[in-house]
Design a protein around this ligand. Structure first.
Ligand SMILES: [Zn+2]
Length: 228
């Protein structure tokens, strides 16, 4: 092999390595130049999923549901309804471990198990290959992103969310409205601590559209396809 050819090969390998290691896998927002937003629902399928689906259907909106493996296992039928209605499914891991406060030595392998268990149950019960995920509590330390990427996941957090907070419904509604911007990813829950957000979700969708925004799924907002 000639020297130049050898150098070219080495150079290509280095480029591939650099490109791969720089691949963006963590998002909190879509593109700032596009008038699009995404609605995301965490922790379900749960007690509010049915109501959320009714509102989304009425408004003809497709959303992204970050489901817990254990909830899919326990409430498979409603999870199937989410898919039948044409929504997108992401993983929220298996049973909502908080990796910010996880103190045991097996943190990395626990993360892997949480991701793999959720991936398997969503595939087995719903037939969906997930490639978008959100760690519980939006865990986004580099170690978590690395584990997620190795399992073929993009990690998606949010640009705004507060439906678990103890504020009035009116204030919550105002705050969500104020957070409308290009590429916004809104966090809500379909296994909520309270159901305040449900009382204005329909109006919120109308308001988002009235400001000229299109509501799309996360993969559409971020133009993402399956990693592997
Ligand atoms: Zn959660």
């Amino acid at each position: 092999m000639g020297k130049v050819k050898k150098i070219n090969i080495v150079f290509t390998i280095i480029c591939l390595f650099v490109c791969f290691s720089n691949a963006k896998i963590f998002y909190t927002n879509g593109y700032s130049e596009e008038k699009k937003v995404a609605l995301t629902f965490d922790d379900g399928p749960g007690k509010s999923t049915k109501r959320v689906l009714e509102i989304l259907k009425e408004k003809d909106v497709k959303a992204t549901f970050f489901m817990l493996g254990i909830r899919v296992k326990n409430d498979t039928e409603i999870a199937k309804k989410v898919i039948a209605d044409g929504h997108e499914i992401g993983s929220h891991t298996y049973e909502h471990v908080n990796f910010y406060s996880y103190k045991f030595d097996d943190k990395i392998s626990k993360m892997e198990r949480e991701i793999l268990q959720a991936k398997k149950i969503i595939k087995d019960k719903l037939g969906v290959d997930t490639y978008l995920m959100r760690f519980p509590y939006g865990y986004s330390k580099p170690v978590g992103l690395e584990v997620a990427q190795k399992q073929g996941y993009y990690v998606i957090n949010w640009s705004f969310g507060m439906d678990w907070k103890n504020v009035s419904t009116q204030e919550m509604h105002i705050r969500y409205k104020q957070a409308i911007k290009n590429g916004a990813i809104f966090l809500m829950h379909d296994l909520p601590k309270n159901d305040k957000v449900l009382s204005f979700l329909g109006d919120f969708i109308d308001e988002v559209r009235a400001e000229g925004y299109e509501i799309v799924t996360v993969s559409e907002l971020l133009k993402l396809k399956k990693l592997k």
